[in-house]
Design a protein around this ligand. Structure first.
Ligand code: HEM
Length: 455
């Protein structure tokens, strides 16, 4: 399928030629189609070819589906592709945090934040992750009805608050949790909708809500940072690590930067993982064979005990369940870049200013890279007997210099939570299809209700 071919054999190839996408409106381009259902629109674009031209309002865009082109886009970020400027909702909440920053400022932040999420540090957060999951398991009883969306959000929120801020009591985290929920919802609306196209000065009710939420977050984080500086908290939390991090010139992060980075880690890290878990429970419920294979592994490796970080490597099937969930329901479903001078895709020059889009949702469901793409088959991740998976055909955590900083954190968290809960319980999600709604993350379109069954 894909792109038209270049010149005759023997001549120098200028690279692939983009094919036109679906017809758009004179001023709006393809905006209405995107706005109505971005996931369906991306699949429509993929149907046109691997490199497709389209218009987001007046903006010239390309949509890439081929893993080679996706790899070029991701690995060239910060060189020949820029991250697009994020909208006002992101900036109000995350300030100049690492996700918003670009260029030199981003490099400095990345070098300061990265050490706090290295595997060695994640190992120290793993006990909190498992203990928080055990608390939840202890609170469930046989036959209980639960809303999985709410339960997973509360659990990952508790883990985020404990591992990032080192605080524990509900009083510490409740106000912040509520403000973060409002902030996340508004960022999600802006991310998936046309809000980002409105100039920053246009007042909207959503923008007012997010400013109010950001004020609460500022006050709460300032309180926690002050307590850390006073030495009241001695936990090995992320915040403590950021407070002592130094950059190349020996400089520490200012209080404002600490606020921006901790809030960024919180927003970047908690809803992404909780949505992944909701989809995992949904898929496990609809695939009894996979559920049996998962519990067989948990029984064999753990027996009667709770899991810890040392079990992570011994649970390859549980890891594969998470990877396969992220393939079918990639919680981050879209990555874009803006071409700078010298940008190329497959050897083809890309005009400066062109916005290049890729979507995990559509590439992860492409039968060329994943045979029987609709099937939930964790076995495809088996290193010996699984499928051969092309590099960048699966990119739930992005790739290249701006690859997700929390990849290890998220994988360990999701695997430990699944292990704790699935070892003790089956979660039977009520019948019916749950559809994904693209917001900041890929959200279920409704509450996901389930019955807890003791195993
Ligand atoms: C299943 C869970 C997660 C998924 C699917 C996910 C996905 C992603 C993706 C796709 C990006 C790159 C975005 C882009 O290039 O535009 C990203 C960046 C990032 N993620 Fe995650 N993430 C997850 C969990 C986490 C966690 C737990 C943390 C923190 C503890 C985190 C922190 C970050 C940060 C700081 C960045 C920005 C990196 C940079 O710009 O240099 N993420 N994430």
């Amino acid at each position: 399928m894909s792109t038209q071919t270049g010149p005759a054999p023997g001549t120098t190839s200028p690279g692939p030629v983009p094919v036109p996408g679906p017809r758009g409106l004179p001023l709006l381009g393809n905006l209405p189609q995107f706005g109505k259902n971005p996931l369906a629109f991306f699949e429509l674009l993929r149907g046109h070819g691997d490199l497709v031209r389209w218009r987001f309002g007046r903006n010239r865009c390309l949509f890439v589906s081929d893993p080679d082109h996706i790899g070029e886009l991701l690995t060239e970020t910060e060189r020949t592709f820029d991250q697009p400027r994020l909208g006002i909702a992101f900036r109000t909440v995350m300030g100049d945090g690492i996700i918003v920053a670009r260029g030199r400022e981003w490099r400095r932040k990345r070098s300061l934040v990265q050490p706090s999420v290295r595997p060695k540090q994640v190992k120290s957060y793993a006990a909190t992750m498992a203990a928080s999951a055990v608390e939840l398991a202890d609170s469930w009883s046989d036959g209980e009805r639960v809303d999985i969306k709410r339960e997973m959000a509360a659990l990952t929120q508790r883990i985020a608050v404990r591992t990032i801020f080192g605080v524990d009591t509900p009083a510490d985290s409740e106000a912040m949790g509520r403000a973060m929920d409002v902030a996340q919802a508004e960022i999600g609306k802006e991310f998936a909708g046309i809000g980002a196209l409105l100039p920053d000065w246009v007042p909207t009710p959503g923008r007012a809500r997010i400013r109010k939420a950001a004020a609460v977050i500022d006050a709460e984080v300032a309180r926690v940072v002050a307590r850390h500086r006073d030495g009241e908290t001695e936990r090995p939390d992320l915040l403590s690590r950021l407070l002592t991090a130094v950059d190349e010139s020996g400089e520490r992060l200012s209080d404002e930067e600490i606020r921006d980075e901790t809030v960024t880690l919180y927003i970047g890290g908690h809803e992404t993982t909780s949505s992944t878990l909701v989809w995992a429970w949904y898929l496990l419920s609809r695939n009894p064979r996979v559920r049996t294979a998962l519990t067989e592994e948990l029984d064999r490796v753990l027996g009667d005990r709770e899991p810890g970080i040392d079990d992570y490597a011994q649970l390859p099937y549980t890891q594969a369940v998470v990877k396969e969930t992220l393939r079918l329901y990639p919680t981050i479903w879209l990555i874009t870049g803006v071409a700078k001078e010298g940008a190329r895709l497959g050897g083809m020059p890309v005009e400066e200013g062109t916005r290049v889009w890729s979507s995990q949702w559509s590439t992860h469901r492409d039968p060329r890279w994943f045979p029987e793409p609709e099937e939930f088959r964790p076995e495809r991740w088996d290193p010996e007997e699984g499928d051969e998976i092309a590099e960048y055909a699966w990119f739930p955590f992005g790739g290249g210099p701006r690859v997700c900083l929390g990849t290890r954190f998220a994988m360990v968290e999701a695997v430990l939570i699944l292990a704790v809960l699935a070892r003790r319980f089956s979660l039977d999600v009520d019948p019916g299809t749950v559809e994904p709604v693209p917001s900041l993350t890929l959200q279920p379109d409704r509450d996901v209700l389930a019955t807890v069954r003791m195993r």
